[in-house]
Structure formats: structure tokens, C-alpha cells
Write a protein that binds this ligand. Structure first.
Ligand SMILES: Nc1ncnc2c1ncn2[C@@H]1O[C@H](COP(=O)(O)OP(=O)(O)OP(=O)(O)O)[C@@H](O)[C@H]1O
Ligand SMILES: [Mg+2]
Length: 274
């Protein structure tokens, strides 16, 4: 299966592979609860590159989701900057941020957050219509993508409650990429799925990345992390270390090379105390 997204000429040019898309500079995020202030992200500096499948790992409470929300403009940092293609999104008004997210970001979460009152197809369409006004062309595109992730014609008109959990998450992934985001942010996208459904969703993310989609994914699973090429380890609000394991090759998983690559990741995580 190749999830080649048809890049349209009217869509703004994506940055070159390897170019910095997001840069966090001295990023700090604190939460104040009653009299206590908790510093969750601490002077973090980070560059996210175009074309990478970047993975963020770390213990529960280490700040992974908080970091993802700051990098994607879902939340504003307390101090520091988040530059998205040189635009400082940490200073944007909420209205501008909403447009920025619509135009640049896709999101997948542990829960699929599909609208229960709409069909699978309409869940995707509603998101697509925020940007693409040609309903007919959009429907073709949505149906094509749904088909590619294994949601066939018989399921397009089903409501989320009539689909399996794995199917629902695949619809959510299609919804996240319908507007061809510069970056796809995924926060534990397989966290609520069984191993077969997890593998299906990870295969889709792998295909998207192969087709050029930049991805930033938070996960607790080393198997999921092995789909990335760059794995960051977050501890107590700081990136303590990272490893470049090269791109995942589905055909090489069971070869000596593929096993050695996974062993390197496991050894890295063990060193981090994971
Ligand atoms: N809105 C909030 N208000 C107050 N504290 C928060 C808020 N969001 C997160 N925190 C705190 O920030 C810390 C980091 O939370 P975060 O959700 O980023 O962790 P995480 O690494 O994603 O954990 P998990 O793996 O369990 O999802 C936690 O101690 C959490 O309680
Ligand atoms: Mg989290």
C-alpha cells in the first residue's frame, strides 16, 4: 500500500527535505495550580526537520504532550519561542493560531475524537471543507484516502459507532492529512489499539512519511518508536538525549540489519532508564 497524497499545485510549497520546519528556542511551559507553579518544559531547544518521522518518548508526566501542544500551536509556551518556518507562533493571537493550525498541522490523538453524529466520510469532509471549497474534488480525495487505509465504500456512510476501534482511528488519520499538513502531530496514536490495529495505523503513518509527510509522534511503545528515524528522549521537561536510527524499511524488519536497528533503539532506551 502506498499512501501517495496528491499534492496540488495551489497548495503552498513544502519546505525542502531536511530543512528546519519548527524550532523551539528556550521553550518553557509552566502550570500554576493554586499556590504551586510546576515547570513542565524547561528551556528546551529543538529543531524539527522536514521529512523526518520524529518520535518523542519519556516517562508518563515528563512533558511529552505539553511539548507537542507547544510545538503545534495548540497551546502557548510560558516563555521562549516556537518558530514555524521562521514565523513565531508563540506570539500569535488565538484567531491567527487557529488559521495557522488549519493550514499547517494535522492531529491524531489516542482517542479518535470523531463526531458521532456524522458518517466516516463526513468526518473527513468537514475538516477538508475548512480549506478546500471544491466539494466534489474533496469527496473524491477523501474517498480515495479512506480506501487506501482500508475503509471501503461500504463503510463510508457508517457512523463511528458502527466501525471498529481500529477503523475509527484510520478515519481519524485520514482526517488529519486531508488538508495536506506540513506536519502531522500524533500523541500516542496507537495507545488505545490492540497490536494488529496498532500495526495497521503505524503502517499508514510509515506510508505517509515515505510519501514525504513530516511526522512528530509521541509514544510509549518501542515498536511504534521504531517507525521513526529520529527518537528524542524527554525527562523532566528536557530532551536528555536522542538517537538517529535511519528510516524504517518495512521490507528489512526481519533482516539482520532491521533487527540491529531495533536493538540499537532498545539499547538507547535502556540507557535512558526506560
Ligand atoms: N493543563 C494543565 N494544568 C496543570 N498541569 C498540567 C496540565 N497539563 C499537564 N500538566 C502537568 O504537566 C506534567 C506533564 O504532563 P504531560 O501531559 O505533558 O505528560 P506526558 O509526558 O504526556 O505524560 P503521559 O505519558 O502520561 O501522557 C504533568 O505533571 C501534568 O500533571
Ligand atoms: Mg501525554
Amino acid at each position: 500500500m502506498t499512501l501517495n497524497i496528491n499534492r496540488k499545485s495551489d497548495v503552498k510549497e513544502k519546505p525542502m527535505a531536511g530543512a528546519t520546519v519548527i524550532e523551539a528556542r528556550d521553550l518553557c511551559k509552566s502550570y500554576s495550580n493554586e499556590s504551586v507553579q510546576q515547570h513542565v518544559i524547561k528551556n528546551l531547544n529543538l529543531k524539527i526537520r522536514q521529512g523526518d518521522f520524529t518520535v518523542i518518548m519519556g516517562n508518563s508526566g515528563s512533558g511529552k504532550s505539553t511539548l507537542l501542544y507547544s510545538l503545534s500551536g495548540m497551546d502557548k509556551p510560558t516563555l521562549g519561542q516556537v518558530l514555524f518556518e521562521d514565523q513565531d507562533i508563540s506570539r500569535m493571537s488565538n484567531d491567527k493560531l487557529a488559521i495557522f493550525r488549519r493550514d499547517n498541522c494535522g492531529f491524531v490523538f489516542q482517542q479518535n475524537y470523531l463526531n458521532d453524529t456524522m458518517s466516516a466520510l463526513d468526518n473527513v469532509m468537514v475538516c477538508g471543507l475548512l480549506k478546500n471549497k471544491n466539494k466534489k474534488a474533496l469527496a473524491e480525495k477523501a474517498k480515495g484516502l479512506l480506501t487506501k487505509v482500508g475503509i471501503g465504500e461500504n463503510d463510508w456512510r457508517k457512523f463511528p459507532s458502527q466501525l471498529s476501534g481500529g477503523q475509527q482511528q484510520r478515519v481519524a488519520v485520514v482526517r488529519s492529512v486531508i488538508n495536506e499538513p506540513t506536519i502531522l502531530f500524533a500523541d500516542e496514536p496507537t495507545g488505545a489499539l490492540n497490536s494488529q490495529n496498532s500495526a495497521n495505523v503505524l503502517d499508514i503513518l510509515t506510508d505517509l512519511n515515505e510519501a514525504g509527510q513530516s511526522i512528530v509522534m509521541v509514544t510509549h511503545s518501542s515498536r511504534a518508536a521504531s517507525r521513526g528515524n529520529r527518537v528524542l528522549y524527554l525527562a523532566d521537561g528536557i530532551v536528555t538525549s536522542e538517537i538517529d536510527i535511519g528510516k524504517y524499511d518495512p521490507k528489512a524488519v526481519d533482516t539482520e540489519e532491521g533487527k540491529a536497528r531495533y536493538a540499537r533503539l532498545k539499547a538507547f532506551l535502556q540507557e535512558m532508564g526506560w
